[in-house]
Design a protein around this ligand. Structure first.
Ligand SMILES: [Fe+2]
Ligand SMILES: [Fe+2]
Length: 222
């Protein structure tokens, strides 16, 4: 793990105990996964030619889109496990928890990697796009694997009907593919990741603090 440890466990413990918060957290995850899928599609047309329709990249985009769908579907699974409950239509389209902070986390990281790509690969916009895609995706995957791992542990402890093991495997697979593709770049990718990870830690900390504050406020108000 190259990323700075940010402890999201207390937040996730609050989330799994509070149904309304849990629905909104699933909305946040769905939103971020969907943003990931969209960004991959947008980037790939500007990759070096032989990668523009690459099977590996298409698979990655498709899996991120499926993750967005997966989290959305889990909202119904949460509803159906409540004994004898009739599904509440108010569950649909709840606002994601800390939507703007989540988007800001993603966009800040994107901006950071784009700026770095201009310094590292001047005059080669295709390699710049490839570098940005690989770097942003790698650090986000690593963060996601950490957060989903803790979340999955809490889901199993409480025997909730959401299972993340398949999704976790896919995220880990993406990380391996990214490292493979990065060997095409004329630079020390590992060193660059370590450098980006420093700043990612600050961005994620900011997002995590907002999530924790909001969860407490919502839980207390309930
Ligand atoms: Fe994903
Ligand atoms: Fe992924």
């Amino acid at each position: 793990m190259i990323l700075k440890k940010v402890d999201l466990k207390p937040f996730l413990e609050t989330v799994v105990e509070d149904d309304r918060l849990h629905v909104r957290w699933l909305e946040t995850l769905s939103l971020l996964e969907n943003m990931g899928a969209r960004k991959i599609h947008k980037s790939m047309s500007r990759f070096p030619l032989h990668l523009q329709r690459s099977e590996v990249v298409l698979q990655h985009a498709a899996e991120e889109a499926r993750h967005a769908f997966f989290f959305k579907k889990q909202i119904h699974r949460l509803a159906s496990q409540e004994a004898g409950s009739v599904e509440d239509p108010a569950r649909e389209n709840q606002s994601p928890l800390c939507q703007w902070e989540g988007i800001r986390y993603f966009q800040s990281l994107d901006g950071l990697c784009k700026r770095r790509s201009l310094e590292l690969l001047p005059g080669n916009s295709q390699l710049q796009t490839l570098f940005s895609y690989l770097a942003v995706t790698y650090v986000i995957e690593e963060r996601a694997v950490d957060v989903y791992g803790i979340y999955e542990g809490l889901l199993r402890e409480r025997d909730l009907p959401i299972h993340l093991s398949g999704l976790l495997k896919e995220e880990e697979g993406h990380m391996k593919e990214i490292l493979n593709m990065a060997s095409e770049l004329p630079l020390d990718f590992q060193a660059e990741l370590e450098r980006i990870a420093e700043t990612e830690g600050q961005y994620f900390q900011r997002f995590a603090e907002k999530l924790s504050q909001t969860a407490l406020t919502v839980a207390v108000a309930g």
